[in-house]
Design a protein around this ligand. Structure first.
Ligand code: ADP
Ligand code: ADP
Length: 224
């Protein structure tokens, strides 16, 4: 089954601007990973926000897990996102005063479904952090005191907890050297695959494409 299905999508930030995203068709099957690339300004982040239902298209359909996002009222879209989508942001967006573990547990507080699917959330969070190679000694440390590489692992564990059907990662490796990027992506994809999660991974770095099942290139200034 398709986890994501896009038809005839157009999004503009202003009515008189060129489309920031224009995409005739995209299908991502459940459990697959998609690498979304293109230069700065190509609309990658905008497309991720459309997939999350944070933005709505001017034209076209975005179906996520069989649900047309534009058909949901705003509050239901927020709940849908919290229940079914996990996010890894470029700047990680951890709460620096909370421990690594408590950061990972946050989605379980925002979503009953994520909490239920995590089983025993605390144990699930520890297992994920360990699987993503975060030393147990760091689990209780305030997230703001961890290194960049450690924070990235915490952010990834937070996206994965409670087995969301879709994991969205926006340039989460840009702060790392090449070897660490590859290792991190393999861990992230391995855990996502084990959970059955579909992954959408954004980067401008085409070198990373080989890790992923599907690739999609976006270009700057899509024609109107
Ligand atoms: P990428 O993630 O590929 O760098 P973006 O989605 O950030 O691309 O940007 C695509 C286009 O949309 C760019 O022209 C950018 O200037 C514009 N854009 C992005 N965010 C906003 C915003 N909040 N308001 C207006 N224009 C925006
Ligand atoms: P938005 O783009 O509307 O701000 P969020 O980024 O808040 O959406 O939500 C994206 C995901 O992050 C959701 O799946 C949610 O479970 C989780 N989340 C929401 N708020 C927080 C938060 N303060 N800290 C960590 N995770 C959060």
């Amino acid at each position: 089954a398709a986890a994501i299905r896009i038809d005839d999508l157009v999004f503009r930030w202003r009515p008189d601007a060129a489309p920031a995203v224009k995409l005739a068709k995209l299908t991502v099957d459940a459990g697959k990973s998609l690498f979304l690339h293109g230069p700065s300004g190509a609309g990658k982040s905008t497309l991720l926000n459309l997939l999350g239902g944070v933005l709505l298209p001017e034209r076209g359909r975005i179906e996520v897990l069989g649900q047309v996002l534009g058909d949901l009222p705003a509050a239901r879209r927020d709940a849908f996102r919290a229940d079914h989508l996990g996010f890894v942001f470029q700047q990680f967006n951890l709460l620096p005063w909370l421990s690594a573990l408590d950061n990972v547990l946050l989605p379980c507080r925002f979503s009953r479904r994520r909490a239920q699917r995590a089983g025993e959330p605390d144990a699930a969070a520890r297992r994920l952090l360990a699987a993503l190679d975060l030393d147990a000694a760091a689990h209780g440390a305030p997230a703001g005191e961890l290194s960049v590489g450690q924070q990235q692992r915490v952010a990834a564990a937070r996206a994965l907890i409670g087995r969301p059907e879709i994991v969205i990662a926006d340039e989460p490796t840009s702060a790392l050297d090449a070897a660490r990027q590859d290792a991190f992506i393999d861990l992230l994809l391995g855990e996502a695959k084990a959970a059955g999660s579909t992954v959408v991974f954004v980067s401008h770095d085409l070198r990373l494409a080989a890790h992923f099942d599907e690739k999609l290139a976006l270009t700057v200034g899509a024609d109107a």
